[in-house]
Design a protein around this ligand. Sequence first.
Ligand code: IPD
Ligand code: CA
Ligand code: CA
Length: 267
Amino acid sequence: MDKVERNKLYEEAKSWVVEAGELIRASLDKKLQIDTKSDANDLVTEMDRESEKFFVDKIKLNHPSHKIISEEGFGDDLSTLEGTVWILDPIDGTMNFVHQKRNFAISLAIYQDGVGEIGLIYSVMEDVLYHVKRGEGAFRNKTQLSPLKDHVAIEESILLVNSSLCCENKRLNHTKIQELVKTVRGTRSYGSGALEFAGVADGTLDAYISMRLSPWDFAAGAILIEEVGGVITQIDGSPLDFFGENTSFSGNPFLKDEIINNYIELK
Ligand code: IPD
Ligand code: CA
Ligand code: CA
């Protein structure tokens, strides 16, 4: 994708993200219909669907040849990233949206033939937009993000984990994860994968490990993180899979080796 085309798509995508953010904020005054998906804690609201529909209608109208991967079922059923593919999570952190009315985001990415070109993560209630055009820098609103530090001692690092890592996920050696949690300076868990990736990119988190992420959770975050010199892979170091569920590690390359080699043991 050339720079002119990328810039045009970026401006368009950004304006839709901001508009969808306004719709979501306005919905907080209404009583929302809340349903569940795979289990009782996997929440979805009418606003997740409305926000996704809003983007899908705009993309299909303005770019009929582009494809869409999205969470709530209005996108396309794809098996390749050929062509121009938009990857959307209309509300990332739905549990926060329902319970806290904050700490959730819209995550939107545009890939061209498998290469991440544009990433947008909009923290709706903070009105903070993380944005990146490949090779042109990553930003938090108007502030350019610095490259990640080359080296962070694991004892001085802030690690993002969620409870599924420490106790629920049967694939992991939990004793090792407990050791990791005791070794790092502190742990955090925000409840929105997109904002967690944004935190890695802006350096407020040093590493993030997760066991169950879909392409719409990481597509924009991956572009942001790579733009600042970070890495993002599955937790065995293999590449992310855009057509399935993923484990993930993100952070600086030094911590990746340190954590994957010493603390991750998959059964
Ligand atoms: C979820 C959030 C959460 C992560 C889950 C995701 P959703 O997305 O990103 O932080 O731990 O794995 O499914 O369902 O709120 O869009
Ligand atoms: Ca999500
Ligand atoms: Ca979602």
